[in-house]
Structures are given as C-alpha cells and as structure tokens.
Design a protein around this ligand. Structure first.
Ligand SMILES: Cc1cc2nc3c(=O)[nH]c(=O)nc-3n(C[C@H](O)[C@H](O)[C@H](O)COP(=O)(O)O)c2cc1C
Length: 437
C-alpha cells in the first residue's frame, strides 16, 4: 500500500534572521545583509529545490514596547522589529524560483479590502499563480495606534470584521468572470464588459461598489491561509482557509484540532480535503541520535539572552509586560489580553514558573517527537501523519542558513526516500499542488 504523502511549508519572516554569534556561530554578516531580501531569496531557492509547498511570510506593524514599557528590549536584540513589508518581496522570491508558493500576510483590521484584493490579484499575476494571502486580524493596541485607532477592536469582533472582509475581497476577485479578457485584435475588443460586474457590497462594516480593476489572475482566487487557534479563530479558518497553521504540540491535540476543524467545515458545506492543516514543528537533527539528543538538551537551558528573547515575544503578542514577573515564581493567575488569547491560555499550561514557560515558549512547535537523524525523524513524521490523518508540517524554527540546509538537504531527501513528500511539482499553480494529495 502506498504511504500517505504530506505537505511541507516554512514559516519565514522578513526581518533579521538569527544574527547573533552567541546564538549561531555561522551567522556571519547576515545582520547587515538581510534587508534587501537576499537571505530570503537564497532560502526560497533552496525550498523550491526541496519541493516545499510554500513559504509563509508573517507580518506585523509595530515596534513593541510592552516589555519594560520601552522599545529597548525588542530593538536591542532585533527581535520583533525591525520588520520589512513582505508584499514587495514576493515578486523577487517568485522570480528566483519556479514552483514554490508564497503566503503573504495582510491584516483585515488595517487594510481596506479593495486595496488588498488588488494587491493579491497583482501578486498572483506576477508570480504566475503562486500567491496566497495569510489572513490575520492583528494583535496589539500598539499596532492599532498606527492606524487611526486607540485600541484594537475586541478579539471576536475582529473575526466578525474579518469574515465580512474576506467575503468582500472574494467577491471582488469574482467580479471578473475568468474569461473576461478577450484581447481580440481582429475586432479591437480587449475586455468583454458583460463579464465584469459591480459587487455593490453594503454590509455591517464595509461598503464597496466594485468591480476590481485588475484582470482575473491565474488562480483567480489566491490561496487563503489562517492561523486562528481560539474557538472564534478556528470558526473563521473553517469557513475560509485552505491552509491552517496549527500551533498544537501533542498528537492528541493535533487530532482534536483536525476533528474540530473538519466538523466546522462540514457545517459550512466544505469538504475536509479543501483545507490542509499544517502543524508547527521544529525538528532537531543530528549526525547521530546522541548528537541530536545533545542539541535537544541544550534547548532546555537557554541563555539569559534567549530567555529575554522569549519574554519579549510573549510580551509583544499579549501586550503584557512579562519582565515584571519573578522568573522563578508561577505566572500570576487571571491575566487577560486582547491580543493572542489562545497564546496566553497556552502559557499557563507550559510550566509552573515563568522561567519554565519562557523556556517552553522557545519551543512552541512539536519538538520532543522529532529529535534524531534525518532518517529517524522522517519516519516519525510519517507515523504522526498516519496517526493524525494529515496534512503536513510547517517548519517554524528560527531561520539560519545551516538549519535550512539540514532540513532541505538532510530531512527532505529522507522523507522523499520514504515516499512521504513530493520529489517534483505536478502543477504550475500553488493551489493545484496543495490540493494534489
Ligand atoms: C504560524 C503562525 C503564523 C502567524 N502569523 C501571524 C502574522 O503574520 N501576523 C499576525 O498578526 N498574527 C499571526 N499569527 C497569529 C494568528 O493569526 C492568531 O491570531 C493566533 O494564532 C491566535 O489565534 P486567535 O486569534 O484565534 O486567538 C500567526 C500564528 C501562527 C501560529
């Protein structure tokens, strides 16, 4: 019987990769060289060669000051910021590659739907059908204050807005029938205007007339992805997403997440195969089991620098100042956030002291299960997918050139030998490859 194939994606950020030699002896000069996109272009080429389904480019619009009430902690390490806009980078990545897809993040809270629909349609054209939109609702008041707001809308309301936003954007893409372009040189007709329609949307949050002013793009509707982990976020994802990025760290949790999404999808009249659930993983590879285990154990003893890094990210996502808590005491009960709610709920499960939580938070993906040589980790990944039912893994570890090589030239060939991942792309467009199995 053929083994079950699965998908691979990589969580990437258009910000400085690991640049500090204390954390990565091979960091070289990347701290001064990432900003023109060359690091991510190199990375995209490698992942294209390794037949990854996609690279996702996350994004946010703030310089966080939640930790210690100052930009210092974040900027000193270059952790959350500086961060550049992923949208103009996508065409450069596409030009350097042949098949891999690109999910670019844009927020339904800050973009107007018409501009977003037009940008995504244009990206799908210039990438020849390899573009997708990672839908986020954003997570901080500090970001909201850059967009005419004092506070971010309440968590569930953001998803209500995102529902309507996604409908509008989809209707705008559909406002042109796929065959509206005629370009008939004999008659001089460029577009068949009877195939271009106003959408006349008047909803609770948006008023948009349409039609869009771009030609229908190769995929017509770019691939839609989402990473909601709260109940409201999962509901949104089940309704719209074709890729879900799932930060679940146990096999039981993976199964429960998948069942819940499938149940919700069915209620929306969607078939479960229409959405690929990608679990966050950080495989730790070694030349031997002992080597990998040693690398794994080092993760349990982060340096003060790495701990501060973790506390900074937790603070940025929740806008709670984690530096004010005693590292060796339990996290005070009853903390609340209007940011990543599921994230904060998860912190309470991660350990009995703030130090343990911050250490565990550095491993927000599946780590424990995937420690070993490329061959043993590949086997375990296959077993997990067989147990859970599908659909793939998102590599979420901090980017370094050596790690990318370990995955692309160590793990992926082992997975390919076991028949678990593709050895070539079957289709031209992102969605077709994603839905192939
Ligand atoms: C892999 C992954 C990538 C994400 N990328 C972004 C991002 O680029 N920008 C952002 O504002 N939020 C991002 N998020 C946050 C999610 O959109 C979502 O808000 C978060 O997972 C919490 O879920 P909830 O909104 O349902 O509470 C990401 C989450 C995950 C797990």
């Amino acid at each position: 019987m053929p083994v079950k194939k699965f998908h691979l994606g990589w969580f990437a950020q258009y910000r400085v990769p690991v640049w500090y030699r204390g954390s990565d002896p091979w960091a070289g000069n990347v701290g001064r060289q990432w900003q023109d996109g060359t690091f991510l272009i190199d990375m995209a080429r490698i992942l294209d060669r390794a037949c990854f389904d996609f690279m996702i480019l996350e994004d946010s619009s703030k310089v966080p000051d939640a930790m210690g009430g100052s930009f210092e902690a974040d900027l000193r390490q270059g952790r959350f910021a500086p961060k550049h806009d992923p949208i103009p980078l996508v065409p450069l990545l596409a030009q350097a590659t042949k098949n891999i897809g690109f999910l670019a993040t844009m927020s339904t809270t800050f973009y107007p739907p018409y501009i977003l629909a037009r940008l995504m349609s244009t990206l799908d054209h210039v990438t020849h059908g390899r573009a997708g939109w990672n839908i986020v609702t954003s997570s901080g008041d500090a970001a909201a204050q850059n967009f005419n707001l004092d506070r971010l809308f309440e968590h569930d309301l953001r998803y209500d807005i995102a529902d309507e936003f996604t409908e509008v954007v989809t209707d705008l893409w559909k406002s042109w029938e796929p065959d509206a372009l005629v370009a008939d040189q004999a008659s001089g007709t460029y577009v068949d205007h009877t195939k271009v329609h106003e959408i006349n949307h008047r909803g609770e949050f948006f008023k948009v007339k349409g039609p869009l002013n771009t030609l229908p793009s190769p995929q017509h509707i770019p691939v839609l992805s989402q990473a909601g982990a709260s109940s409201r976020g999962m509901e949104f994802a089940a309704r719209h997403a074709e890729v879900i990025l799932a930060p679940v760290t146990t096999i039981a949790g993976m199964k429960a997440f998948r069942d819940s999404i499938h149940e919700r999808m069915t209620a929306y009249g969607r078939a479960p195969e229409q959405c690929k659930i990608m679990y966050l993983v950080e495989p730790i590879l070694g030349v031997s089991e002992a080597d990998a285990r040693e690398r794994r154990e080092a993760r349990d003893h982060p340096s003060d620098y790495e701990l501060e890094d973790s506390l900074d990210i937790m603070s940025a996502h929740s806008e709670i100042d984690f530096s004010k808590f005693d590292l060796d005491a339990p996290l005070p009960p009853g903390l609340t956030t209007n940011g990543h709610q599921s994230g904060l709920a998860g912190y309470y499960q991660m350990g009995s002291t703030v130090r343990e939580i911050a250490t565990k938070h550095l491993q927000r993906a599946i780590v424990e299960e995937l420690v070993g040589t490329p061959q043993t980790v590949a086997t375990r990944m296959g077993e997990i997918i067989d147990e859970v039912g599908g659909d793939g893994f998102l590599i979420a570890q901090a980017m370094t050139r050596t790690y990318i090589t370990e995955i692309a030239d160590g793990l992926v060939p082992a997975l390919q030998e076991q028949g678990r991942v593709r050895t070539r792309y079957s289709y031209e467009h992102f969605r077709d490859n994603l839905m192939e199995f």
